[in-house]
Design a protein around this ligand. Structure first.
Ligand code: TXA
Ligand code: MG
Length: 321
């Protein structure tokens, strides 16, 4: 069995695999990551191979100590420092100018590198013990649902990784918020586990969400990311009588939908709880004998922005096919 509990010994084994150029899936507070030594280009190539991910989609580099950042970037401006101080460790990824020593395969040839410090003891210990920053995308097959348990990783990538460290269910449940700071301001490249309102409050300025303004590259932000196999339809009024339908509600619905095909993100309408349940409920719906998934809208503030982003992208695959 390649799934191992995240004990001290197993983390040490995982670190050894990373140092030798292997692939280790590990828990973070957002989703499970598929990690390799960020400074070993052929190890990083293994990530793309395992995920069947196109090379134009750059990776996030994970660090455990703030001093690690000097190995990756040539300069952090004061706005970035303030956000880093406030939100790390945590689900905020910052795109920074990259040092030449960061391999191009990590950044898809961009002159920037995306960096984050996860808020998860296992991830931090793994990085420290490996003695190198770890490049890691979410540990799913390309464009499929992100994993929030070790079992999800096993199902999608089981044969392609050297080890899966099991740290239970991810607490945040959606990927990190990605920002890039340019002279024009703070750009939101992907909504996620840190609410944009919190970033704006800390930075003392509005985040730019318009993708065209200043054109920051977010090559991985394809419309059909985060898709279950089943078509997703976003609606506030899902047909109760669709016997081939599965139902994903934000809050407890007023009518009685069939219990075995109905999942609720948060009975009391709590966005944090909803984010933590999003991918696991979608995984569960995907394995049922149904033909489509009806998903209710989630309020688009706080973590709701990231949840709706994932749901809209999941529904795009259906629209485009
Ligand atoms: O929570 C997370 O962020 C998880 C955990 C494992 O840390 N990771 C994750 O990685 O979601 P991934 O590869 O699934 O998504 C990373 C996104 C990609 O869509 C890519 O476009 C963007 O980050 N990205 C990476 N480097 C970038 C760069 N230099 N400029 C702009 N976007 C970048
Ligand atoms: Mg991903």
């Amino acid at each position: 069995m390649i799934i191992l509990e995240d004990t001290k010994e197993n983390i040490a084994k995982g670190a050894d695999i990373i140092r030798k150029g292997g692939l280790v899936a590990f828990p973070t507070e957002t989703v499970y990551g598929l990690g390799a030594d960020a400074f070993n280009p052929s190890a990083v190539a293994g990530i793309f191979e395992a995920k069947q991910r196109p090379f134009f989609d750059p990776l996030i580099v994970h660090i455990a100590d703030i001093t690690d950042i000097e190995r990756l970037t040539s300069g952090i401006d004061s706005r970035a420092s303030r956000l880093i101080e406030r939100f790390w460790p945590g689900p905020l990824t910052v795109v920074l100018p990259k040092k030449d020593t960061v391999p191009d395969i990590v950044t898809s040839g961009l002159d920037t590198v995306a960096v984050r410090m996860p808020r998860h003891e296992t991830a931090l210990s793994l990085i420290r013990e490996a003695g190198t920053p770890i490049a890691a995308p979410s540990a799913n097959r390309f464009s499929c649902l992100s994993p929030t348990t070790s079992r999800h990783v096993m199902e999608q990538l089981g044969n392609a990784v050297d080890m899966i460290l099991d740290g239970g269910q991810c607490t945040v449940g959606i990927e990190s918020t990605i920002i890039k700071i340019t002279p024009a301001g703070i750009h939101l490249l992907r909504p996620g586990g840190i609410a944009t309102e919190g970033i704006e409050e800390c930075a003392g300025e509005k985040i730019i969400t318009d993708k065209t303004e200043g054109k920051p590259e977010a090559p991985g932000q394809l419309d059909y990311h985060y898709s279950p196999v089943k078509p997703v339809i976003i609606t506030d009024d899902p047909p109760l009588d669709d016997e081939r339908g599965g139902f994903l509600f934000f809050r407890k619905p007023v009518s009685d939908y069939p219990a075995e095909r109905t999942f609720i993100l948060s009975e009391k309408g709590d966005l944090r709880e909803a984010a933590a349940n999003l991918f696991s409920h979608l995984h569960a719906l995907d394995t049922l004998n149904i033909s489509r998934i009806y998903a209710q809208n989630v309020p688009e503030h706080g973590l709701g922005l990231g949840i709706m982003d994932r749901l809209k992208k999941a529904s795009m695959k259906f629209k485009n096919s």
